[in-house]
Design a binder for this molecule. Structure first.
Ligand SMILES: C[S@@+](CC[C@H](N)C(=O)[O-])C[C@H]1O[C@@H](n2cnc3c(N)ncnc32)[C@H](O)[C@@H]1O
Length: 281
């Protein structure tokens, strides 16, 4: 897929950083998410919703999957992301197949039974709603009978080979992920999403996890993506993190450090995405 460049819109520095990280880490995410899309066997010419589409990275993949007679609506509540995504889509000549709409995934601005399927990656699976069952019901509402609702989220990683305890401690106090789940009840956690589908009234639902392996030698793009991921997950020195762990993180994860872990000739990492999906009757 063509790289997305020169699509900047007027964004705050925080949003710009967010977009840069989404783009950089997409080098890692794209193939695993495309495998998940393929596993859904979306019908050629079908009409789908990308809920929480961000800058449209998977909207493009989904459009490719359903072909020229299909249509994808990308929905997000951040207008700057949608402007950016629209420019990317224009660059790909896909404006007929893709439209974007501003809106909230918890209150979708669509009639019942509008789509053949809904896809939501790293959005509906995160605690964007206090009541995830209600959110799944909302996604289900806009899907036609026999259609599919699929939600995906980054579910695990091993990025610091040889340092499992450090990685566990970083994850426990510092990762973006642990902050997202702080204060949530166990059944509100993404790993319990089978229960959300059951309680939302899906007669059929399943879970599937996709894994991506990364091994040295690393291409420049993959190194940039991993570096960005380190910063995204652990790059903020939170007060709960012990000083020694922060120092160790900087020693291993700073490109300028002589011990930068991505320079190890035996570097190996993996991460997973989990998908929960159900069929509407
Ligand atoms: C981590 S990004 C993922 C974007 C995209 N799905 C991807 O994987 O590249 C999460 C996106 O969800 C959007 N979002 C979060 N809560 C939302 C809500 N309640 N309604 C609509 N969009 C939401 C954010 O604006 C952001 O673009």
């Amino acid at each position: 897929m063509k790289k997305q460049e020169d699509n900047s819109t007027s964004m705050s520095p925080d949003l710009e950083t967010y977009v840069r990280r989404l783009r950089e880490t997409n080098t890692l995410r794209e193939s695993i998410l495309y495998s998940a899309i393929q596993a859904l066997n979306l019908t050629d010419g079908s009409k789908g919703l990308d809920a929480g589409c961000g800058i449209g990275l998977q909207t493009l993949l989904l459009a490719k999957e359903v072909g020229p007679h299909g249509h994808i609506t990308g929905l997000d509540y951040t207008p700057e992301f949608l402007q950016y995504a629209h420019k990317v889509v224009m660059g790909h000549g896909l404006t007929k197949q893709i439209t974007f709409k501003e809106g909230d995934v918890t209150r979708l601005p669509f009639e019942d039974n509008t789509f053949d399927w809904v896809w939501s990656a790293d959005c509906a699976g995160y605690p964007v709603a206090d009541n995830p069952i209600q959110l799944i019901k909302e996604l289900k509402r806009v899907v036609k009978p026999e259609g599919t609702v699929a939600i995906l989220a980054w579910s695990s990683q091993q990025l610091l080979p040889g340092y499992p305890m450090l990685e566990a401690r970083l994850n426990a106090v510092s990762s973006g992920y642990s902050r997202l789940i702080k204060g949530k009840r166990p059944e509100q956690h993404f790993s319990r999403a089978l229960g959300w589908f059951a309680k939302a009234g899906f007669p059929e639902f399943s879970a599937r996890t996709f894994v991506s392996d990364i091994q040295a030698p690393l291409s420049d793009d993959i190194s940039v993506a991993l570096d960005s991921l380190f910063q995204m997950l652990w790059g903020e020195p939170l007060p709960e993190l012990a000083k020694e762990d922060w120092a160790e993180f900087e020693r291993l994860c700073s490109p300028k450090s002589p011990d930068f872990i991505l320079n190890e000739p035996d570097y190996y990492a993996f991460f997973t995405y989990s998908m929960f999906y159900g069929r509407v009757t």
